[in-house]
Design a protein around this ligand. Structure first.
Ligand code: FMN
Length: 359
């Protein structure tokens, strides 16, 4: 495992990306500390304005962009030489702006999913050193992206993340009825994407497995199955450095396997979360008739017809500690959390021999 991971011109000693987690679950502290420990640290761009001193209640888009640049700068204060990037979701209305702010703020890579990032190379054209990494859940999605990028921009992705809808946290790239049926094969998809890139384009880039990786056994399994690295989210929530509130982390410590399930996001995508408070998440917006203050999504069932709930504020609330009416995204492994550790401890557990080898 010591060969690490190279994406574009960036190299890290460990084949590990910390997945972007919005809203402010992975901000500067988590991303900076993962980068400091030899992984790739990712700041989730979604909804950073909320709770930032840039936001005055009316300037959501401007504040969101400035807050992203601020988070990048603060992450580099923690890990000046680290490899730090952003996660930009195609489904958000200010996606283009988030991508540009990432480049201007010094992101070394942009990981992009929750929709197909078809125009990502166009948005980053002035920053050719920024590595571009789409997230897909199928070989078909990878094909669509690579064909479009080649045809329009003559650019290949620098890596591809294959996210498993059966295990990953947050928004999922598969239809609700097809999740958890046993049909999906995460590592067949990883190998399928690699084979497509090699056979069709003679391209060898890292293909990263996301979803369901908790410990060293999972990591070794992923690598043995053909992944070049892993992207981990849930495990990093229960670290001291994670940017979420103590209450959010405690919800992971307290949850059982049965508490974790699927919800339908107002974005029209399924998501995985702690389901037991989902009625309160909805009820709060009904009781308060919450007005849509941010217009954060391109397509939002709540903004359009008050269906479901206002997701950005539901995620903001849980991040700040309201785990009664806040939405708590998590992967299927959250129930395994039994203590809060440091990012350094997570790395030491995942890479014990390498830790010894590097002293
Ligand atoms: C709390 C939480 C928030 C997340 N938010 C995002 C997000 O904003 N954008 C995104 O692309 N993925 C998001 N994800 C997915 C993670 O980046 C990662 O790919 C996934 O959780 C990996 O699976 P694991 O949690 O089993 O390790 C989120 C996951 C969690 C647990």
């Amino acid at each position: 495992m010591l060969s690490g991971l190279t994406i574009g011109q960036y190299h890290v000693p460990y084949p590990l990306i910390q997945g972007g987690m919005g809203v402010r679950i992975s901000a500067h502290r988590l991303a900076g500390n993962v980068a400091l420990n030899g992984g790739i640290g990712i700041i989730a761009a979604a909804g950073l304005a909320l709770n930032s001193d840039r936001y005055d209640g009316r300037n959501f888009y401007a504040a969101d962009r400035q807050a992203l640049v601020d988070e990048l700068h603060k992450a580099y204060e923690i890990a000046p030489d680290g490899i730090i990037g952003t996660n930009c979701m195609v489904a958000v209305k200010n996606y283009d702006d988030a991508v540009r702010a990432s480049c201007e703020g010094g992101a070394k890579l942009i990981i992009s999913g929750a929709g197909l990032p078809m125009n990502l190379p166009g948005l980053t054209a002035d920053f050719p050193d920024v590595a571009l990494v789409p997230i897909v859940s199928s070989v078909k999605a990878a094909e669509l992206i690579v064909r479009k990028w080649q045809k329009t921009y003559q650019r290949f992705p620098d890596a591809i993340v294959v996210e498993d809808p059966d295990t990953a946290g947050g928004h999922l790239g598969e239809k609700m009825e097809r999740i958890g049926t046993g049909e999906y094969d995460q590592y067949a998809t990883v190998r399928g994407v690699k084979a497509y890139l090699k056979d069709k384009w003679d391209l060898v880039i890292p293909v990263i497995a996301a979803g369901g990786v908790w410990d060293r056994d999972d990591l070794q399994y992923a690598l043995a199955q053909g992944a070049d690295g892993v992207q981990m989210g849930t495990r990093f929530v229960v670290t001291e450095e994670c940017d979420a509130s103590d209450e959010f982390k405690q919800a992971y410590l307290d949850c059982s396997q049965e508490d974790i399930g699927l919800i339908m996001s107002p974005a029209g995508l399924p998501g995985r979360a702690i389901r037991k408070n989902i009625d309160q998440v909805r009820q709060r917006d009904v009781d308060l008739d919450t007005y849509c203050p941010s217009a954060c999504l391109k397509k939002c069932a709540y903004q359009k017809s008050r269906e479901r709930f206002c997701i950005i504020h539901a995620l903001d609330r849980s991040q700040k500690g309201d785990t009664e009416t806040g939405l708590i995204f998590c992967g299927t492994n959250a129930w395994k959390a039994d203590r809060i550790s440091t990012v350094k401890e997570v790395f030491a557990e995942l890479f014990p021999e390498e830790e010894q080898a590097t002293g």
